[in-house]
Design a protein around this ligand. Structure first.
Ligand code: TMP
Length: 238
């Protein structure tokens, strides 16, 4: 497969066209941003961790029947994925209070919910990714009712699978963000990434933060946290 021109550059990844019309190549960067791009930095080795971790998790999810965009890892930073058009919804699942949930609703971080929550934001940087509900999403024609039903069902299934997988590696899955895409035949599949950039991951015993909150909140040892998560996931597999 030949990598052709870049068609998109986001905050953490680039996407390239290939000579196969149904395949893209994604390239993960070490660039990190937070607060809608207002805070900028570099996390050395992040691109490689996020690439490998996303691929490991997507392969695990596929084995359990979740359709994903993963096709083949090319090297440390590059992966072949199915071509999709991204549904402009960020789906956030929460198992434990943290981040904007704690902030918006005035509760402390660390409250374990009886059931996971789901929320959507409209993926639109100019508007700051505003929170919306499924009626707004349909009014804005971001997705159909059937597509939203599929996205909700898959998101909770993914949560169950990821929670168990991380726990086996001594990690609590606090919350995370997913993005879905439509293939050329209209099928909804999981796309984007699952990484310490897009998940809150706390050590099972100490609640130490092992994710991008170390960067967002200037907690130090950012690189170490990314490497530690990857090490635990690989160790657990071996
Ligand atoms: P929040 O508490 O800031 O809403 O974040 C919830 C989860 O979503 C957290 O695991 C981080 C992830 N997330 C992203 O991946 N991208 C984003 O732009 C935001 C705001 C959160």
């Amino acid at each position: 497969m030949t990598k052709l021109e870049q068609i998109y550059e986001g905050k953490a990844k680039k996407v390239f066209r290939t000579d196969d019309p149904e395949r893209f190549i994604v390239e993960y960067k070490d660039d990190a941003t937070a607060f809608n791009g207002q805070k900028k930095g570099t996390i050395l080795g992040k691109g490689a961790v996020n690439n490998r971790m996303t691929n490991l998790l997507m392969q695990m999810l596929e084995q359990h029947g979740v359709p994903t965009h993963f096709v083949q890892e090319l090297n440390d930073r590059e992966t072949v994925v199915k071509k999709v058009s991204i549904v402009p919804l960020e789906v956030i699942i929460r198992n434990i209070s943290a981040g904007h949930f704690a902030q918006n609703y005035g509760v402390e971080e660390g409250i374990v919910f009886d059931e996971p929550t789901i929320e959507f934001s409209y993926k639109n940087d100019d508007l700051g990714d505003p929170l919306i509900n499924s009626y707004h999403a349909r009014a804005l024609k971001l997705a159909t009712r059937e597509e939203i039903d599929t996205i909700v069902r898959l998101s909770f299934q993914i949560n169950d699978l990821l929670k168990e997988f991380f726990l086996a590696a001594g990690i609590r899955l606090v919350d995370f963000k997913l993005e879905f895409g439509r293939t050329s035949d209209g099928t909804i599949i999981l796309a984007d990434e699952i990484s310490p950039d897009t998940c809150r991951l706390w050590d099972k015993d100490t609640n130490e933060k092992l994710d991008k909150d170390r960067f967002r909140r200037d907690l130090g040892h950012v690189e170490d946290a990314y490497q530690e998560v990857m090490r635990r996931l690989l160790e657990d597999k071996a």
